[in-house]
Design a protein around this ligand. Structure first.
Ligand SMILES: Cc1ncc(Cn2c(C)c(CCOP(=O)(O)OP(=O)(O)O)sc2=O)c(N)n1
Ligand SMILES: [Ca+2]
Length: 525
């Protein structure tokens, strides 16, 4: 049974296995063909997030093999991000011998089909060994259909020795085509609305970047001469941040977001949920007189939104048709962006805005940033010049432990663009073992640790929630250079602009994984 399953994985391009094994997985792994590669991670959270970063950059599915319930459980935190970033991860786990599961012997994954819900789009444990290949095929096609997302398959390890039914071979070349698009009438309605708008605005989300529709979004914004915001809590960057239309990231509070969009009568949201609010700031969902139109490829996003009219449709195709067909507006062209805000560092260490400005100058223009520095977002978006598709990733649910491993997975996926992880000194600890994988597989990712000694974002939230000085807010005294070297990664610690720039240039030239620990200031900028 494992042979035909590997044939199926190969037919779908899934020849990289991200995993951490246990005894339940050995019978599957024993059959792994030579043209497959196994990327070992030392903790299943890191394994899942490495696979996630890999999938986000390739735009393809990625295959994960974990150990029973315990390994699957360790991966669930990472899956909170994958399910909202619509990552098509094929997550599998070894199960105990089929006839012993009910008595719950050691390593039984009890009720495996429900364990991972709602963090997966679909999950199953085949009802018999003969159905393992078809279940795996269903999982792959389900993960990749619009409204993409992770799936989970648990397989009893004695199934692998069973004989595959002859008809299983039909699975290897079957295709499932998702082809829906808006009708001419629906497109016409949208064009009329946009052309009839006095002051339209675009709000773009991660699915625009995921569907490589950034250029279509630019064309639509330019024809409409409309401002563009990125939807709140962005996990990707769908629009060039130095374009005249770009207005930044919308705030994640209901009232704040609504006020930011005041004056716009038609708001077109594309490729984002409506909306991923975060801090609770009650108020009107929309400014008076505004109408919101929502285009998403995820039926769930469309159905659960609390306001606006939604169209479930392919993102790139819809943006391309709208941008092509809409009449160019005679509104005045939008002014070019202001200069970057002035930066500098006063305290001992680098101000985050200063760090990002230095990085903008030292890193390649097509660098890929994987960000998990949760208190420096405003400074990042003000200082960075992101112009290409696939330039930015952030944990889609804010689940920490994504950033460092996802940066490793992203660099494995794309050796032609430098991947730079921007990781807080708190976040780094949740996925730190991925440094070992980067060293082991010689993945030349650069990890910048922003070391402010505290859970800065929580200090920010303590002000919003007025909770004062609670326990557990500081993380002083961690030596990431020693940790990195313990996992086999070259590291350095810096706290001046000159030393940081030198360290970045050295890392870019090194061609091996490198960690740079930067002492940063908190609260000054
Ligand atoms: C798995 C997990 N655990 C805890 C949190 C809670 N959390 C925590 C602990 C944050 C602080 C991260 O601190 P950092 O050092 O990484 O970055 P900043 O200092 O820039 O905030 S932000 C946040 O939401 C989380 N989001 N995810
Ligand atoms: Ca911190």
């Amino acid at each position: 049974m494992s042979e035909v399953t590997y044939d199926l994985l190969r037919a779908r391009g899934l020849t990289t296995v991200f995993g951490n094994p246990g005894s339940n997985e050995l019978p599957f792994l024993s059959g792994m063909p030579d043209d497959f590669r196994y990327i070992l991670g030392l903790h299943e959270g890191a394994v899942l997030s490495m696979a996630d970063g890999y999938s986000l950059v390739t735009g393809e599915a990625a295959f994960v093999n974990l150990h029973a319930a315990s390994g699957s459980g360790n991966a669930m935190g990472a899956l909170t991000n994958s399910v909202y970033s619509h990552s098509p991860l094929i997550v599998t786990a070894g199960q105990q011998v089929r006839s012993t599961i009910g008595q719950e012997v050691m390593l039984s994954n009890v009720d495996a089909g429900t364990l991972m819900r709602p963090l997966v789009k679909w999950s199953s444990e085949p009802t018999c060994a003969e159905d393992v290949p078809r279940t795996m095929s269903q999982a792959i096609h389900t993960a990749l259909q619009p409204g993409r997302g992770p799936v989970y398959v648990s397989v009893p390890y004695d199934d692998w020795a069973a004989e595959a039914p002859a008809e299983t071979a039909r699975l290897l070349d079957r295709e499932v085509h998702g082809a829906a698009a808006l009708s001419g009438g629906q497109i016409g309605d949208l064009i009329d609305l946009l052309e009839g708008a006095t002051n339209p605005a675009l709000v773009l989300g991660p699915a625009v970047d995921a569907d490589h529709a950034n250029a279509h979004a630019v064309q639509l914004a330019e024809k409409l001469r409309a401002p563009v915001w990125i939807a709140p809590s962005p996990s990707r960057c769908p629009f060039p941040t130095r374009h005249p239309s770009f207005r930044g990231v919308l705030p994640a509070g209901i009232a704040d977001l609504s006020q930011t969009l005041a004056g716009h009568d038609v708001i077109l949201v594309v490729g984002a949920p409506v909306f991923r609010y975060h801090q609770y700031v009650p108020g009107k969902y929309l400014p008076d007189g505004a109408r919101l139109i929502h285009i998403t490829d995820d039926p769930g996003e469309a159905a659960r939104a609390p306001f606006g009219d939604a169209y479930v449709a392919p993102i790139a195709n819809t943006l391309d048709v709208l941008a092509t067909m809409v009449t160019a507006s005679d509104r005045a062209p939008l002014a070019p962006p202001a200069d970057f805000p002035e930066v500098g560092s006063t305290g001992s260490g680098l101000d985050p805005a200063h760090l990002f400005a230095l990085l903008r100058g030292a890193a390649p223009h097509d660098a890929i940033y994987v960000n998990e520095s949760t208190s420096t977002g405003d400074a990042f978006w003000a200082q960075m010049d992101l112009s290409q598709q696939g330039s930015y990733y952030f944990p889609a649910s804010g689940g920490l432990g994504f950033g460092l491993p996802a940066a490793v997975g992203a660099q494995l996926a794309d050796p032609h663009r430098q991947v730079i992880g921007l990781i807080g000194d708190g976040s780094a600890n949740y996925g730190i073992t991925a440094l070992w994988t980067a060293a082991r597989f010689k993945i030349p990712v650069i990890i910048v640790i922003l070391k402010n000694g505290t859970y800065g974002a929580l200090r920010g939230f303590s002000k919003i929630l007025n909770t004062g000085e609670t326990p557990g807010l500081d993380v002083p005294g961690i030596d990431f250079v020693q940790i990195a070297e313990g996992y086999g990664v070259r590291g350095s610690a810096v706290d001046t602009a000159e030393d940081f720039t030198t360290a970045v240039k050295s890392a870019l030239a090194a061609g091996e994984p490198t960690l740079i620990e930067v002492r940063t200031t908190f609260g000054q900028s």
